[in-house]
Design a binder for this molecule. Structure first.
Ligand code: PLP
Length: 462
């Protein structure tokens, strides 16, 4: 699909200048940005992007873990245009709705595990998590347990950038220079098997991490702990797959102390691991709340959802006092155009069997990426299916890191970019979260390009 806009000539220098001077980019190192500015992307189709000079790149990060169905889908453009013509917006506050918002909520209830039959909409993942916190607090207030407020999450967990979502986030470098709510949120350690003591078995490591959750609940007092937030696989913290049984056992601990379990599936839902939702299908748990965004619309339009259980709905939907209602919501909750994009996105995923495709090609992707473990600096290749990470180290035995000043993740990403592949640098690591339509041939290109790029980056370190 090539729109008139995209094919129109534009002055690359003008865009570069306006962007550098006025657009404050998220998560950006301005010490370098002020000099280099941005790379300007121009068009995208299928698995690839094109820059303003017409150079093509395979998008190895799916936009930002989100363009699951790939770029250039006319069907989404048509669904969105049709919805804008029908009714572009109306408030969903109170007793009003539109067809896409209602239909998508029902579809999500059908796809979500267990009795997670209710959907609250926002515009992204951070807000979905903030909504979960407000909902949980309201829930316990309604139940007459107002002391149950504390939140537990993990080091290396990423849950978003709003004040509360960033407080729940446990990626410690993300907190530098900012404040977080340390009264309300408590972090337990990361269940990262790669960083466990050398002589510790995976089983013992898992038990230790589960025990840590129980100890934290007991330390804070079960009457004070409201919820545990966890991604099925930690994404932005370095694609950390907890040891076998971790999710099931942490859920059991939560159940024992009446602590609600929030599964943050902002990255893992909608096919990235080969399932619409990973909590039950990949890890065998039915949480109380699932938060999702990104792949819900494949990034075509902003949309997030907090999907929650009948049990929570029963409590929060009962007024306890005159005028006491669930006073939470956004102008764009249930935006009909975003919901239309979400519905069409899910329809495409189902029709094209994208989950089955990920099961198949995702296994091949994992297998081929593991071949890179023979490279001098590749300490760990981890993740599942289309959610993968390479951890680069100075010494594979001690697992010591390469000096941060060397910016090894950036060096590798730059080398890849020169060769027509976008990968994401994350400190000393590189993340791969491509569109879900990748073929085996694309995988071969990604792996070959990574190999050359890592070799070049390694040589440049010497
Ligand atoms: N939760 C997880 C697991 C994420 O990876 C992200 C974003 O990357 C978020 C929440 C925040 O989502 P958003 O950036 O849409 O607010």
């Amino acid at each position: 699909m090539t729109s008139q806009n995209a094919s129109a000539q534009f002055d690359k220098q003008e865009i570069w200048q306006k962007d550098r001077d006025h657009f404050m980019h998220p998560w950006t190192d301005f010490s370098t940005f002020k000099e280099t500015g941005s790379m300007v992307f121009h068009q995208a189709d299928g698995v690839s992007l094109q820059d303003a000079d017409g150079k093509r790149y395979l998008d190895g990060i799916g936009g930002l873990w989100c363009v699951n169905i790939g770029y250039g889908r006319d069907e989404i453009a048509e669904a969105v245009a049709e919805q804008i013509r029908d009714i572009p917006y109306f408030s969903t506050f109170g007793h009003h709705t539109t067809a896409p918002a209602a239909r998508l909520a029902a579809k999500l209830a059908e796809l979500a595990p267990g009795d997670l039959n209710h959907v609250f909409y926002g515009c992204g993942g951070s807000v979905a998590n903030d909504t979960a916190v407000r909902m949980i607090h309201f829930y316990f207030n309604q139940l007459g347990q107002p002391s149950k407020k504390q939140i537990i999450s993990r080091i290396d967990g990423y849950h978003g950038s709003t004040y509360m979502a960033m407080s729940i986030t446990g990626v410690e470098v993300d907190h530098i220079g900012f404040d977080i709510d340390r009264q309300l949120v408590h972090h337990i350690s990361s269940p990262n098997p790669y960083r466990r003591p050398q002589d510790q078995s995976l089983e013992a490591f898992c038990d230790e991490k589960v025990q840590e959750l129980e100890d934290k609940i007991l330390e804070l007092g079960p009457d004070n702990v409201a919820a545990f937030f966890a991604e099925p696989i930690m994404g932005a913290g370095g694609v950390i797959v907890p040891p076998e049984g971790y999710h099931r056992k942490t859920l059991e601990v939560c159940r024992k102390y009446d602590v609600l379990y929030v599964s943050d599936e902002v990255v893992t839902a909608f096919g990235r691991l080969g399932h619409m939702f990973a909590s039950e299908d990949e890890f065998g748990i039915v949480p109380d709340i699932i938060t999702c965004a990104k792949g819900l619309t494949s990034g075509y339009l902003p949309l997030g959802a907090t999907i929650f259980s009948d049990r929570i709905y029963e409590v929060i939907s009962k007024p306890q006092a005159d005028g006491a209602i669930f006073t939470h919501g956004f102008t764009y909750s249930g935006h009909p155009v975003s919901c239309a994009a979400g519905l069409k996105n899910i329809e495409i995923m189902e029709r094209e069997g994208l989950c089955a495709h990920v099961e198949d090609v995702g296994d091949y992707f994992e297998r081929r990426l593991h071949e890179l473990e023979d490279l001098e600096i590749v300490g760990d290749v981890r993740g599942r299916k289309f959610m993968m990470c390479l951890e680069n180290v100075a010494d594979k035995t001690t697992k010591d890191l390469i000096a941060p000043e060397a910016k090894v993740g950036n060096r590798i990403a730059d080398e890849c970019q020169q060769r027509g592949l976008i990968v994401r640098p994350l400190a000393h690591m590189n993340i791969l979260s491509p569109t879900l339509i990748l073929s085996r041939e694309h995988v071969d290109f990604v792996v070959a390009t990574l190999r050359e790029s890592i070799e070049a980056a390694t040589a440049s370190l010497k």
